[in-house]
Design a protein around this ligand. Structure first.
Ligand code: MCA
Ligand code: AMP
Length: 514
């Protein structure tokens, strides 16, 4: 039977000339296709030499680098399961992920080796390697002793390729299990739908621990044999500077907002570019319009999730399935991708008519297998007929464009990162003197949305807002820390006693935008 390992499909798309540049960094380093091939072989051989059981997880929390990209590819190649972790996560967060996923291998930066390895060994991990963003670390030292030839491990379409943690309404993160075919089918669909062509060059400006930067961007370039211009960290000026050598850019809305603030953004600066893609969070219509006016390009907005990779997209070219419509409509996320079934349902689970607002449910080859070791959660999130409940609220219009109008899940999307209020509230509620708290998302000009914490102190206790924020900062990834905190005497409640978050959001909605 044909090997359905995702790496094999990506490798098969490498150009014939392996000496050509596959990745070019801002420091002027050129990695050829042959470098990618050989280095991933060495790392894959290293992983396989450890004698890990099938299905072993390789958990990785390292700064963005080309070697980190190679580690991802090597994990696929060796047939293990990649588990990327946001570099902002601190010890309590890492302890949860490692405890839950029980990875056989952990890779962290040298600077974090002390605390990460302690947690990893406590959780039973046997192998902890380091990988730094300057091409050093024990992973590379060890891999150097292995052969640069490697036959990709045979994998079935349904075998696991990656686990991505994504939180739920309870604030406990769930690992979404994605298979080789989930990722490969989505990559192939996008290659076609976005008209990837020979000569395309991608500016890779996103972090590589989430779907957008890790799968959509990297698979997109690799499966087209396209070069990537690699930015370790997004910088609007430098990104614009790259555009005279590139054709495709992908970003969360914040990246577009930040580039629009640069005087250097002009039609001339982007005249080699073919396509600008946005997603992960709602793109404001002002950003969409401003971009069109400043650059002459219409941003293509698409929609996805950790559990599903990409679900819908505005068209790049006329879409035959929808009367050859080719308009990229701001404020919408376009059409369900080929192969994706999407429906909007009411509270009773019945399909809603065109234009009516309800819960978005999806089905397709891209939809994940299950949540890691949480069968009851998996069962809750799927319908009897196999549709996945996204937790997003939206509608489909008479032209078949999908619009997301809100979320039924209590989620804040800040600069493209997800923040779950329940998790933050849990931490605040444990603080000395705190009786209760509520965290809500409010509009923000740069991050789109940010968290605001509203706290009630226990009788006779004194709670300082700055102390709450400082305490959170010490424990949680920075992006999760609310940007403001208020200590109040009362929270608005409905007759059932439930906190009315909509009223709190309303009360604070102009904090950053007025
Ligand atoms: C940084 N901070 C943030 C964020 N990022 N706060 C809220 N939200 C954020 N996203 C904090 C910093 O820790 C710092 O706090 C302060 O805000 C200012 O940081 P700044 O220097 O402005 O941030 P930055 O380092 O420039 O990062 C901003 C960023 C980054 C480039 C927009 O957040 C980013 O790369 N976002 C992309 C996320 C992404 O890839 N999402 C895709 C998920 P302090 O001053 O206290 O230190 S995949 C997905 O959603 C689905 C599947 C999909 O459809 O794609
Ligand atoms: P994640 O859990 O990180 O995979 O985030 C997935 C969520 O991001 C989705 O359920 C949506 O709420 C949101 N999202 C992704 N793309 C878009 C978009 N283009 N517009 C609005 N929301 C989006």
């Amino acid at each position: 039977m044909k090997n359905q390992n995702l790496f094999s499909a990506l490798r098969a798309a490498f150009p014939a000339d392996l000496s050509a540049t596959a990745v070019e960094t801002e420091d002027g380093l050129h990695y050829s296709w042959s470098d990618l091939d050989r280095a991933t072989a060495m790392m894959a051989n290293l992983l396989q030499s450890l004698g890990l059981p099938d299905g072993s997880r390789v958990a990785v929390q390292v700064e963005k680098s080309v070697e980190a990209l190679m580690l991802y590819l090597a994990t696929l190649r060796a047939g293990y399961v990649f588990l990327p972790l946001n570099t902002a996560y601190q010890s309590a967060e890492i302890a949860y992920f490692l405890g839950n996923a029980e990875p056989a291998v952990v890779v962290c930066s040298g600077a974090n080796f002390g605390w990460v390895s302690k947690i990893a060994f406590q959780q039973g991990t046997q192998h902890v390697f380091t990988l730094n963003d300057n091409r050093t670390g024990s992973l590379l030292d060890r891999a150097a002793h292995h052969s640069d030839q490697h036959e990709a491990a045979p994998r079935q379409a349904d075998d696991l390729a990656a686990i991505l943690y994504t939180s739920g309404t309870t604030g406990r993160s769930k690992g979404a299990m994605l298979t080789h075919d989930n990722l490969l089918s989505n990559a192939r669909t996008l290659k076609d739908y976005w008209g990837w062509k020979k000569g395309d060059v991608l500016i890779h400006a996103l972090p590589i621990f989430h779907v957008h930067g890790l799968f959509v961007a990297i698979h997109g370039a690799l499966i087209n044999g396209s070069k990537m211009l690699w930015m370790a960290k997004f910088d609007p000026k430098r990104a614009i500077g790259f555009m005279n050598q590139a054709t495709v850019f992908m970003g969360v809305p914040t990246l577009y907002v930040r580039m629009l603030a640069e005087p250097g953004l002009s039609k001339a600066a982007v005249n080699k570019m073919r396509l600008f893609i946005a997603g992960s969070a709602p793109l404001l219509i002002e950003t969409f319009n401003d971009w069109q006016e400043r650059t002459g390009h219409t941003i293509l907005e698409r929609y996805g999730m950790s559990e599903t990779a990409m679900l819908t997209s505005n068209p790049y070219a006329p879409d035959k399935r929808y009367a050859n419509q080719s308009e990229r409509r701001g404020g919408t996320v376009g059409f369900p991708l080929p192969g994706v079934l999407l429906r909007v349902v009411g509270d009773d689970g019945q399909n809603l008519a065109v234009g009516e607002i309800g819960g978005i449910q999806v089905k397709g080859p891209n939809v994940f297998k299950a949540y890691w070791r949480m069968p009851e959660k998996t069962a809750e999130e799927f319908t009897a007929d196999g549709y996945f409940k996204t937790g997003d609220v939206g509608k489909v219009d008479e032209r078949s464009y999908v619009t997301i109008v809100g979320r039924s899940k209590d989620l804040i999307i800040s600069g493209g990162y997800n923040v779950y209020p329940a998790e933050i509230e849990g931490y605040i509620n444990e603080m000395k003197g705190v009786a209760e708290s509520a965290v809500v998302g409010v509009p923000h000009p740069d991050f789109g949305e940010v968290g605001v914490a509203v706290v009630i102190a226990k009788p006779n206790a004194s709670v300082q807002p700055e102390a709450v924020l400082a305490d959170l900062k010490a424990k949680l990834a920075n992006f999760k820390v609310p940007k403001r905190c208020y200590v109040v005497t009362e929270l608005p409640r409905n007759t059932m006693g439930k906190i009315q978050k909509n009223l709190l959001r309303d009360q604070h909605k102009a904090l950053f935008t007025s």
